[in-house]
Write a protein that binds this ligand. Sequence first.
Ligand SMILES: [Zn+2]
Length: 161
Amino acid sequence: MASRRERLPDNACPECFAHPWLREFVETHSKRRGTCPSCRRRNQPLVDVSELCEPFENLMSCFSPAEGPPLEYGTPIVQLILDQWDVFSEHLSARDGDGLLLEAIMETGWDDDGVPPLSASDPYVSKRWSHDTLAGPVGGVLKGGEGRSYAAARIPRRGIR
Ligand SMILES: [Zn+2]
């Protein structure tokens, strides 16, 4: 486990992301420049992955853990995010950096409550409303606020398809 954790990047840069709101977020929160440990681009504005925890926790509110077989098999969470949200850059995904970055970000917000930290391969499902939300304010969900309350108001009971 330690070896995997050591591989987790501690910083990210705008080039890690495709989403314009995230790219801008990184640029405005960056305090230094350097080679990005996630995507390896040089001379980029860097932010600590913990800065990205809140937007990603908002994003994670669009998904819930799969019930598990035979009810729900789910899809690896990193794949769901890639399929549904234009969050990570192709450059990062091509280096298989997206899952590690996702894990690194989520681990910064992890409190040791007996549940292991998120793994990029954990099976998840989209909450039903997220398909509707996609047409709406994508940046709003990352930011929380309006997009989130819109989404929260639309969470249906579990199990309804
Ligand atoms: Zn990067």
